[in-house]
Design a protein around this ligand. Sequence first.
Ligand SMILES: NC(=O)c1ccc[n+]([C@@H]2O[C@H](COP(=O)([O-])OP(=O)(O)OC[C@H]3O[C@@H](n4cnc5c(N)ncnc54)[C@H](OP(=O)(O)O)[C@@H]3O)[C@@H](O)[C@H]2O)c1
Length: 446
Amino acid sequence: MSSANRQYDLVVWGATGVAGRLVADYLTEQYTPEELSVCLGGRNEERLRAVEADAVDEADSWDDIPLILGDATDPERLRAIASQTRVICSTVGPYTEYGTPLVEACIEAGTDYCDLTGEVNWVREMIDRFHERATNRGARIIHSCGFDSIPADLGTLLVQSHAIREFGGPCDVVQIYLEDGNGSFSGGTLASAAALFEAASTDPRAREALSNPYSLAPVEERHGPDSGAQRRPQRASLRSGWTAPSPMAVVNERVVRRSNALLNYPWGRDFRCTEVIPTGDGPGGAAAAGAVAAGLGAVFAGLARAPVRSAMQRYLFPDPGEGPSKAETKEGHFTVRVLGRGMAANGPFTVESQIGADLDPGYGATSRMLSESAMALVTGDTDSPFSGGVLTPASGIGGPLASRLRDAGLTAEVSTVPESDDLAWFVRRRPEWPERGVGTQFLLAV
Ligand SMILES: NC(=O)c1ccc[n+]([C@@H]2O[C@H](COP(=O)([O-])OP(=O)(O)OC[C@H]3O[C@@H](n4cnc5c(N)ncnc54)[C@H](OP(=O)(O)O)[C@@H]3O)[C@@H](O)[C@H]2O)c1
């Protein structure tokens, strides 16, 4: 089914939410009406008009922006919306609660789709129910196009493509380091985290999606050498220092493994990947890793128990719709570094990529990542063997996303690490590390 002659290029679905407003602002600041036919979608006309007014105020080239109304629980309306546009990007979450009818509508209409979900249980459901149909209908369904999981997934793709180009083969192992981050959470994100834990407590399929490290791989291939996300403090495997568990590993590692499987294992069937938070050298690094692991364990244990989860939602979490102001989303920063190690004919080699920004990772940077993922689908600026299916950023968009992110003000770099420096290179090159690592930030937040 051709979507070439649709009324709109792109619908921003959920434009009244914290992330959706930022996407609407970014797209209209970055692109003119001649370059992009965009429409703002949501369930409340008054709130949509306010978002439109703000965006028009700030973007010189827009006099007005079309609006489209609908409810995420009304499949018929969603089918009508999906058939009017070539691409939909959705920030309506929790996706476990609201996401499925829109994905189904997009597949029926042959409309491309991208979102911000980190709800592994729901992604797994979308794969099992819709991958084949999406492939047959030519609809690209690309989940996790935000801080979950673009830096990890695209960062790994950059490392592996560089390794294959420069050394003739991929790295056998990558470690993803969430370092140097500072950002905030919205009510919508915390509601989605709570939805994930609720699903895990009631639905055995959700528990399986969370316990099997290969749960997002194609059906017959849900096994491999990785044994699961790190839970305790451990020494880094590809550089010096201590590491703590990462709260996003459960999503990001699975997305990276799905990319490898979908692309037909260009990184090998024995490819291994882990994501961690570096906390530094010596006893200080070990203590920080222990504290982060304990804090994270306590938060996860609380979220796993229904009464504690409800109390946290009621008394601690902001309500959905509440979150950082636009100014605050421009104030954070993050760096995600991916290190890969491989063996070439003339010896071992190490490759590193770095994706980062001087923006709040979950909102300022995420809104740009989602917007540019959607624009890659609109413009066809992709390097992917797939014209449909339930895909990942690396497998469905690929390398061109890196240059789009650079144009959007993020860094996205890859290079060979000089072998003479070997494993201690990083500490020598970045003497200030790890005083302000994510570990410390997380610890303070907990
Ligand atoms: N991957 C990442 O790194 C990342 C980063 C940030 C956020 N996220 C995820 O993105 C999602 C959105 O986060 P957020 O902070 O923007 O949440 P939010 O502020 O609560 O926004 C949710 C949006 O969904 C809309 N909505 C809710 N129920 C609806 C329904 N029945 N029909 C139509 N629209 C409906 C809301 O509309 P109203 O305004 O009318 O209520 C609002 O526009 C969450 O799932 C979060 O976890 C992921």
